[in-house]
Design a protein around this ligand. Structure first.
Ligand SMILES: Nc1ncnc2c1ncn2[C@@H]1O[C@H](COP(=O)(O)OP(=O)(O)OP(=O)(O)O)[C@@H](O)[C@H]1O
Ligand SMILES: Nc1ncnc2c1ncn2[C@@H]1O[C@H](COP(=O)(O)OP(=O)(O)OP(=O)(O)O)[C@@H](O)[C@H]1O
Ligand SMILES: [Mg+2]
Ligand SMILES: [Mg+2]
Lengths: 254, 254
């Protein structure tokens, strides 16, 4: 059975799709086979990224790695069956990109995840969905509704097959200014993490390279193939490698 | 009747709530009365911001400007009636914050808007919902589904009262690096704007000041009240003023 990595955050625009795409391509570059499900049947960012990748690859006679992607529209009959089918892929990893809204299949993907990755902006606006903080001390007053959804998903999973969900909260779009705010969000995350059971990792910093290649479906890992690698990308590559390492994925045969 | 300003973008996390909050507070600082509707009954970012503002104001004996905010849950009976009631507020401006997902009341708010503000990240990932671009030339190949939704909303509005919707696309979280990407996104926006009928404005740059005050419900415009104004905020204040000016709001009595 595949190791299932779900990218979940009900808050919109926190980097779920961007992080999912980069992790998928990083894992393929390490020789793993990847299947993917895009549960955002309306925006389809993950699927669009890979369509662009396929067009570019075919158009230039390259042989870029491509995961097989199923887009699943929740309202279709047979949607749950198609998701279940994906859970039984022969690929090493199943990557599930979920929408930035409440979604039934998104909750299934959260409960069935081996690894749940929740990217967020370094912002108390994003933090507000996992915990509310005191305005003066920035201490966590109470967990909030997304934390409760994960708790519920883990209970469902425990009943289903006694499995556990490794929950990793990833700080996305980190910038090298904003020190006070970064420290405060970091403290609030560190305080909440043991209470509701997640690990924390820095993620992809704010870098144009993580978004400017979307129309060609490329990532920084492909740039030597098209002869555009730059010295400035060395730090970004190290960042992506560190993020993959932080997932603590179990060893899989290549 | 109020001048209705709707903040709409089906893409998540593009800055709808952040921009709505800052424009609401800027308009109040100019002496206008503001009513607000938060159509994101689940995350309630706008309402949460104002709850934090009220707590901080009360807790410190300040007299901070506060709009009256109604949170409307779409699935409740009477939701449409409550939204309609808001359309008849006596306030100068009605600010409507909509969710980053497909929503029936969000579409009503789009059709009934006098001004529709669509903030977006400077990214082809965000652009993809209004238009698809060619991977090599970055020229716009076709408008995409959010553009179609606005087109349909404008038709509905024209039938309803022969009114028009002034659509302003606002480039949010602009950073001073990323010149190539910024130029390409700018060209694509300039190409699409006359075809589907929107104006373009720079918005709030990427600045921590626009997010770090959320727990206290404050904005940079309140900082002199709490004696924390800084020289670095002068540029941010100019940016917010320029954004309000770009809305081209009609004159309203103060
Ligand atoms: N680390 C990063 N550096 C630069 N830009 C980023 C980064 N992460 C995300 N972005 C940009 O931020 C925006 C939101 O990212 P993305 O679409 O991946 O988020 P999402 O959580 O999948 O959103 P949604 O909730 O709409 O599915 C996009 O414009 C993307 O290009
Ligand atoms: N100009 C800016 N500078 C710095 N941070 C910003 C800026 N605009 C938005 N943010 C941050 O980006 C994130 C997304 O912003 P916001 O919540 O306002 O977007 P939204 O479109 O309302 O999202 P949703 O679709 O979830 O309602 C938040 O963490 C917010 O604090
Ligand atoms: Mg996404
Ligand atoms: Mg919002």
């Amino acid at each position: 059975l595949p190791h299932i990595i779900t990218f979940g955050n009900e808050k919109g625009g926190t980097g779920k799709s961007t992080t999912a795409v980069h992790i998928a391509i990083a894992l393929m570059s390490e020789g793993h086979s990847i299947a993917a499900v895009d549960l955002d049947a309306r925006q389809r960012t993950f699927a669009r990224y890979m369509e662009n990748r396929r067009s570019f690859s075919d158009g230039h006679g390259l042989d870029l790695s491509l995961p097989e992607v199923s887009v699943i529209e929740e309202k279709d009959d047979g949607a749950e069956a198609r998701l279940d089918e994906a859970f039984h892929t022969e690929a090493d990893y199943l990557i599930i990109d979920t929408p930035g809204r409440d979604s039934i299949l998104g909750q299934v993907a959260m409960a069935r995840a081996d690894t749940l990755v929740t990217p967020m902006n370094d912002s108390f606006v994003d933090f507000d969905l996992i915990g509310q903080v005191d305005a003066e001390t920035f201490k966590v007053k109470r967990p909030s509704f997304y934390a409760e959804m994960v708790w519920k998903a883990r209970k469902d999973r425990a009943k289903h097959d006694a499995g556990t969900v490794d929950w990793l909260v990833v700080r996305n779009r980190l910038a090298h200014l904003a020190a006070n705010n970064m420290v405060r969000v970091g403290k609030a995350l560190n305080e909440l993490a043991p209470r509701i059971g997640f690990r924390i990792s820095p993620g992809l910093s704010e870098r144009v390279i993580y978004r400017e290649l979307f129309p060609r479906g490329l990532t920084l890992l492909d740039l030597d193939v098209i002869d555009e690698a730059r010295l400035s990308h060395v730090a970004a590559r190290a960042e992506l490698r560190a993020l993959v390492a932080a997932l603590n994925l179990p060893d899989r045969d290549n």
